[in-house]
Ligand binder design. Structure first.
Ligand code: ATP
Length: 297
């Protein structure tokens, strides 16, 4: 059973004040893009994890892998033994702010549910998905969606047409908790207490109209100052994309991947080549969105 699952970019990531439980209230507009991991689940005598792909440093091959945690949680809920060989083929950058681990967890849920005969009741996967992490339910859903709460309460967002993107992948990752901590530190230092986050109406209108220029102007990420503080070189990456006509340029989620919105597929191709040549990223890849969530292939 093989499942293909997309990466996400956050079109808006509005981070509210730190809550007493250590989380932040978020307004998070997720957008699934055509960079995919694949997870295969095969019957086996015991749980195992194999990871394949170009840049897979730091991805655990034991029960710490999010795909393995998904299989273990689902097996417990279904009352079956978690005897499955998971093979993960990674294309989504690791620790890149594109929710690759969460995507693999969603894919493992779908693959194992089918393998263990849990039927097509996708609804039964929402709860374990939300337990595994706040980005996991979106990887099941795909498309474009507004996440509130910790990001896990999802409402699909209407979009028109296809948006063309370029992603500049960086050497090495950024730890999501470290980026949130830096965000809190910067806010504290400035004595700034954010208002409760709100969805951007300009962003919603741009998505509904399929207007890439308006979308480019409405993109926003409250974690960007923190990511730039931890990784100042990303400023050059963002500037290089803007110089080559990107309609919008932002750090993806907690970074360090940078996302650039292009005018068309051709423009995205040119931008990909320009960013690769500029030497401001490990590599640049072209993609489009929205695409569906975890899907059996
Ligand atoms: P997010 O955007 O959700 O904050 P991210 O894209 O920045 O996440 P991930 O690629 O999901 O980061 O991985 C973060 C860390 O999680 C990795 O450094 C690795 O140690 C661990 N991890 C566990 N399972 C996986 C997996 N299947 N793929 C990638 N990383 C995994």
């Amino acid at each position: 059973m093989t499942v293909r699952v997309p990466a996400k970019v956050n079109l808006q990531l509005a981070v509210g004040p730190l809550r007493d439980d250590g989380y932040h209230d978020l307004v998070n507009v997720f957008h699934a893009v055509s960079l995919f991991d694949e997870v295969t689940a095969a019957p086996a005598d015991a749980l195992s994890v194999t990871v394949e792909g170009g840049s897979i440093e730091g991805v655990p091959v034991n029960a710490d892998n999010l795909a393995a945690r998904a299989a273990l949680l689902l097996a417990e809920r279904l009352g079956v033994a978690p005897n499955v060989a998971l093979t993960i083929r990674k294309t989504i950058p690791v620790a890149g702010g594109m929710a690759g681990g969460s995507a693999d967890a969603a894919a493992a849920l779908v693959a194992c549910a089918r393998l263990w005969g849990a039927g097509d009741a996708d609804a039964d996967l929402w709860e374990p998905a939300a337990i595994l992490g706040s980005d996991v339910p979106f990887a099941l859903l795909g498309g474009t969606a507004l996440g509130t709460g910790r990001g896990e309460v999802l409402t699909p967002v209407q979009t028109a047409g296809r948006f063309h993107w370029v992603f500049a992948l960086a050497d090495g990752g950024l730890s999501t908790p470290a980026v949130y901590a830096e965000c809190d530190r910067l806010r504290e230092a400035e004595g700034w207490r954010p208002a409760p986050p709100q969805a951007s109406q300009d962003l919603m209108a741009a998505l509904a109209a399929g207007d890439a220029h308006a979308l480019g102007a409405a993109l926003g990420n409250d974690l960007q100052p923190a990511a730039l503080s931890l990784r100042p070189a990303l400023r050059d990456t963002l500037a290089a994309g803007r110089e080559h006509g990107a309609l919008g340029a932002l750090v993806s989620g907690s970074g360090p991947t940078c996302a650039f919105l292009a005018e068309s597929a051709d423009h995205a191709g040119e931008l990909t080549a320009a960013l690769s040549k500029a030497g401001v990223a490990r590599s640049a890849v072209q993609a489009y969105g929205p695409v569906p969530g975890a899907t059996i292939v």
